[in-house]
Design a protein around this ligand. Structure first.
Ligand code: ATP
Ligand code: MG
Length: 180
């Protein structure tokens, strides 16, 4: 399983639809300051359901929508699709690719899709539970995150190990059934 493709349209500095293809292995993104490198990793956290605009380096959620540039008007919505290889069947879907999409309008409303079928954010969270891929998963390590992990409370650190051990899904279902 690996990140195959990102399709970004109207998200931050990506006004036009931009398709970024990745191969399995290591990819480095290079470019001048302010050219949009960090916006790529922001787009991944956003499509996975990030609700905290601070961690996306903005002030209000609308800031993720392309706000215009010289000669270009602002856009009405942002859309990101992340495509993961699923040939190993890690995700319980019958397709060789998993495509997760989030679209957000200026009203603040977000739509989510799994392989182009409308779904809830909750479905996406559940799909990624125990894979380490969620917006807080250990597969996305932002600047300063290592320090956070080392200095965090032991209960917070435990969450990272539980995700790696693959038991978060069961814990979450247990908690849910206890609430009912
Ligand atoms: P650095 O090397 O300094 O880390 P970077 O390549 O990571 O730079 P980013 O932070 O990804 O750069 O991109 C910043 C750019 O994105 C800025 O030019 C900013 O104007 C632009 N940008 C951010 N949000 C929007 C938006 N909503 N609409 C248009 N442009 C935006
Ligand atoms: Mg950056």
């Amino acid at each position: 399983m690996y990140l195959k493709r990102l399709e970004i349209q109207g998200f931050k500095s990506f006004a036009d639809k931009t398709v970024i293809k990745f191969e399995s292995g290591i990819t480095g993104v290079v470019g001048p300051n302010g050219s949009g490198k960090s916006n790529i990793s922001d787009s991944i956290r956003w499509v996975l359901g990030e609700q905290s605009i601070k961690s996306l380096r903005g002030n209000k959620m609308e800031d993720v929508i392309f706000s215009g540039a010289s000669g270009r008007n602002a856009l009405g919505f942002a859309e990101v699709t992340m495509v993961l290889d699923n040939s190993g069947g890690i995700f319980p879907i019958e397709y060789e690719e998993l495509a997760v999409t989030r679209r957000m309008f200026r009203s603040g409303e977000s739509e989510y899709y799994i392989n182009r079928n409308s779904c809830r954010l909750r479905d996406i969270r559940e799909l990624f539970m125990d894979t380490g891929i969620g917006k807080d998963g250990y597969s996305i390590i932002g600047q300063g995150r290592i320090d956070d992990i080392l200095s965090s409370k032991s209960e917070d650190r435990r969450k990272i190990f539980e995700e790696a051990a693959g038991i978060v899904k069961y814990k979450s279902r247990k908690e849910e059934s206890e609430r009912k």
